[in-house]
Design a protein around this ligand. Structure first.
Ligand code: NAD
Length: 291
């Protein structure tokens, strides 16, 4: 089936990036959120990010204008009923996602494909509560969406080949690369990345190194573009902790136990860049390590 019109649910940091790249690739996008502010914020952020691409000569002014014109916003989820593909990118809570799919189902065309951008929730379980588990899969973009090349495509146990092929064609049209992952906790990227970040926090917790020496070691010694603690602040320490808990619960192996220091930062509300403090303090001119 050919996909032309795509619904994006959730206009937060991921939803606006997803709408941006879809519109730039020529898809008509209908962006939904429960918050009017989130929708208007998303459109201005997309416009600003497109402007940056124009100023860097990555796209033309004409391409920017056409992309923006392809994005419509709505507070009514039912409006997404006529789309060919829905990408759900709302808050990472299973009850929220389940309610979105339940509310959407009565309005959908019979062949609309449903997907979730979840970082950690079981695709098979989300799919099983819909009327179309064979037309349901994980569509996992990386942050920031306009910059990152990879999309993980996750098949639930029931996902059919036609659905996978249709979603892969969308990734191809975006000029991105897809990696196929089976539906197990945290899929591929976070299954490998989060234990490394958690181990960096243990290295700090046990006093093996300071924030600065750990990040410098991994940048200069392993050629990582960002240190693991800097990266954790960028992702959000609450998100890192949530994913470690999913790995720990889902795989029942103590090697995934979250570091108590990570829990402590989250309890303090020091969640990284988004709260101006995490392993670094971002309130001044340059980030200062907090340990
Ligand atoms: P966010 O908090 O920035 O945005 C979530 C948005 O969902 C908010 O605007 C909120 O108003 C909206 N929302 C909440 N309930 C809704 C509902 N019932 N209907 C419509 N909209 C609703 O979160 P985010 O970082 O954009 O994450 C969104 C999803 O993407 C999550 O599933 C997350 O796991 C996944 N994800 C995040 C990252 C990341 O690095 N942040 C990376 C990959 C995947």
């Amino acid at each position: 089936m050919e996909i032309r019109k795509i619904g994006v649910v959730g206009a937060g940091q991921m939803g606006n990036g997803i709408a941006h790249v879809l519109a730039l690739a020529g898809y008509d996008v209908l962006l939904n959120d429960v918050s009017e502010d989130a929708l208007s914020g998303a459109v201005s952020r997309i416009s600003g990010n497109l402007d940056r691409q124009v100023s860097r000569e990555k796209i033309t002014q004409g391409a920017k204008d056409e992309a923006l014109a392809r994005i419509q916003t709505t507070l009514k989820l039912a409006d997404l009923g006529q789309t060919d593909l829905v990408i759900e990118a709302a808050t990472e809570r299973e009850t929220v996602k389940q309610a979105i799919f339940e509310d959407l189902l009565p309005h959908l065309k019979p062949d609309t494909i449903l997907t979730s951008n979840t970082s950690s929730i079981s695709i098979t379980r989300l799919a099983s509560r819909t009327d179309r588990p064979e037309k349901f899969m994980g569509f996992h973009f990386m942050n920031p969406v306009p910059v990152m090349q990879l999309v993980e495509l996750i098949r639930g146990i029931a996902t059919d080949e036609e659905t996978y092929t249709a979603c892969k064609a969308v990734v191809d049209k975006l000029g991105k690369t897809s990696a196929s992952a089976e539906d197990f906790p945290a899929f591929i990227v976070n299954r490998i990345l989060m234990p490394m970040i958690n181990e960096a926090v243990y290295t700090l917790y046990e006093g093996v190194g300071s924030v600065k020496s750990i990040d410098e070691s991994m940048k200069l010694g392993a050629n990582h573009p960002m240190g693991p603690l800097e990266l954790a602040d960028f992702i959000g320490l609450d998100t890192c902790l949530a994913i470690m808990n999913v790995l720990h619960d889902g795989l029942a192996d103590t090697k995934y136990r979250p570091c108590p220091l990570l829990t402590k930062y989250v309890e303090a509300g020091w969640l990284g860049r988004k709260t101006q403090r995490g392993f670094y303090d971002y309130r001044g001119e340059t980030p200062v390590p907090t340990r």
